[in-house]
Design a binder for this molecule. Structure first.
Ligand code: ACO
Length: 371
C-alpha cells in the first residue's frame, strides 16, 4: 500500500464551504475571507461568528454574540466538582476532553439547547474550565470564572494572570484566529466521522479534542517549545538540530500535510513572537527559533507550521507549556462546530473500505486442543 493511501494524502473525502487550505491563489480562506485580512483586521469573535453563522457579523450582531459569550462564563457546580476531582497530573487536554463530555451529560442537546447554543457555551466555558482546574490544583485557589473581560482572549488572560497585558491580548487573539479552522485536518475529520453517525453535539467535539492532543497535530506546539528550550544559543541549536536530523528524529513544528513550501499562519506567529521577544528583551529563545527555522530549510526544505512560533508566542505571554494545546481547542471549537453542522446538513455515514492483509481462512481449534 502506498504511503498516500495510508494517510489518505491527496484523497478528497468530502465537500465543504467552510475553508480552503493550500489552494493556488486561495491559500487559507475562511468562508471566502483570507486569513491575512482576518488576522490583520478582525477579531477571534468575528471569525467564530463567520464560521458558525456563515457571514461576517454586523456591529450589532457582533456585540450581541460577545454579550452572549460573556454571560456564559460561570462554571456550573457539577462541572466544578469534576474539575476538582480530576488529578493534578492530568494533561490539560484531558481536562477539556473530560469537561466537554461531562457538560454533555448535564446540559444535553435539545431543540432549544441546540448546536449553536452548545458551541457558544463551549467557547465561553473552555477557558473557564482550564483556568479553574489549573488554579485549583497548582495554586490551591477556587477562582470565580465570571469575568467582565470584553472577549475570549482577555477572559483567558484575566483568569490566568489576573491582568490583561495589551500586547499579550493581541497575540492571543491573533493566535485564536489562526487556529480557528483548517479544512479536513485530523481533528476536524474525526469530528465529521463522529457526527456522521448522528450522536449528540458533544460527542464529535470530545473526539476532536482527543485527536488534536497528539504531537503530530495540535500537541506539536508543546513539543516545539521543548525543542527550542533545549538550546542556550544559536550555535547549540544549529548543531543540535542537525544531529537530530542525522538521527532521523522528527522536528516538531515543521512540515505540513497540505502546505508544501509555506504555512501562511506561521508568518503571523513569527511576527508576534518577534514583537513579544523585543518587549521582553529576550535574546535567546527567538534567535534560537529563527536558527532552527534556517537549519530546517537548509537541510530539509521544511518550513515552520503554525505551531512552531506559536510556542514562542505563548511562552512570551507567560502561559505554562501544558496549556498551549488547550488554547488551540478554544479556537478550533468554532471550526469543529461549523463542520459538524455542515456534516449534519447533508449527512451520510462515513465508512471507507480497507484492503485486508491478514491470514486466510483458518480452522477453529477447541481451546483444549490448542498447543
Ligand atoms: N521533521 C523532520 N522530518 C520531517 C518532518 C519534520 N517535522 N516532517 C516531515 N518530515 C520528513 C519525513 O521524515 C519524511 O521523510 P522521508 O520521506 O525521508 O521518510 C517526509 O518528510 C514526509 O513526512 P511525513 O511524516 O510522511 O509527512 P506527512 O504528510 O505524513 O506528515 C506532518 C505531516 C505530520 C505534519 C509531519 O510533517 C510532522 O510529523 N511534523 C511534525 C509534527 C508537527 O509539527 N505537527 C503539526 C502539524 S500542523 C497542525 O496540526 C496544526
Amino acid at each position: 500500500m502506498s504511503d498516500n493511501i495510508k494517510g489518505l494524502q491527496g484523497i478528497t473525502a468530502g465537500q465543504t464551504a467552510i475553508c480552503t487550505v493550500g489552494e493556488d491563489g486561495k491559500s487559507l480562506h475562511y468562508r471566502g475571507y483570507s486569513i491575512t485580512d482576518l488576522a490583520n483586521k478582525g477579531s477571534f469573535e468575528e471569525v467564530a461568528y463567520l464560521l458558525l453563522y456563515k457571514k461576517l457579523p454586523t456591529q450589532q450582531e457582533l456585540d450581541a454574540f460577545k454579550k452572549r459569550l460573556a454571560a456564559d462564563r460561570a462554571l456550573p457546580k457539577h462541572l466544578i466538582n469534576v474539575l476538582e476531582l480530576l488529578p493534578k497530573e492530568s494533561h490539560p487536554m484531558d481536562v477539556l476532553r473530560s469537561g466537554c463530555s461531562v457538560l454533555g451529560s448535564f446540559e444535553p442537546e435539545t431543540d432549544e439547547h441546540d448546536g449553536y447554543a452548545i458551541t457558544e457555551r463551549l467557547l465561553s466555558l473552555f477557558p473557564s474550565m482550564l483556568c479553574y482546574w489549573y488554579h485549583y490544583h497548582f495554586d490551591g485557589k477556587k477562582i470565580n470564572t465570571q469575568t467582565d473581560a470584553p472577549d475570549i482572549a482577555a477572559h483567558f488572560l484575566q483568569l490566568l494572570h489576573g491582568v490583561v497585558d495589551p500586547l499579550h491580548h493581541k497575540a492571543i487573539n491573533t493566535s485564536l484566529m489562526l487556529y480557528a479552522e483548517h479544512g479536513f485536518n485530523a481533528s476536524t475529520f474525526t469530528a465529521r466521522v463522529c457526527a456522521a453517525t448522528l450522536p449528540d453535539f458533544y460527542a464529535p467535539i470530545t473526539a476532536a479534542i482527543g485527536t488534536l492532543s497528539g504531537p503530530l497535530h495540535g500537541g506539536a506546539n508543546e513539543h516545539a517549545y521543548d525543542l527550542i528550550s533545549l538550546y542556550a544559543n544559536t550555535k547549540d541549536a544549529e548543531e543540535g538540530v542537525k544531529q537530530k536530523l542525522a538521527d532521523k528524529e522528527k522536528i516538531m513544528g515543521f512540515g505540513h500535510r497540505v502546505y508544501k513550501t509555506h504555512d501562511p499562519r506561521s508568518d503571523f506567529a513569527k511576527i508576534l513572537s518577534q514583537q513579544l521577544a523585543d518587549e521582553r528583551g529576550d535574546a535567546t529563545m527567538y534567535p534560537v527559533a529563527e536558527r532552527i527555522e534556517q537549519v530546517m530549510w537548509d537541510e530539509k526544505k521544511l518550513f515552520p507550521n503554525v505551531d512552531f512560533y506559536t510556542a514562542c508566542v505563548y511562552h512570551f505571554c507567560g502561559i505554562p507549556k501544558t496549556l498551549f494545546t488547550p488554547l488551540f481547542v478554544f479556537a478550533r471549537t468554532a471550526g469543529w462546530a461549523a463542520h459538524i453542522m455542515e456534516q449534519r446538513a447533508d449527512n451520510r455515514l462515513i465508512r471507507p473500505d480497507a484492503d485486508y492483509i491478514g491470514p486466510g481462512a483458518l480452522d477453529y481449534v477447541g481451546i483444549a486442543d490448542r498447543g
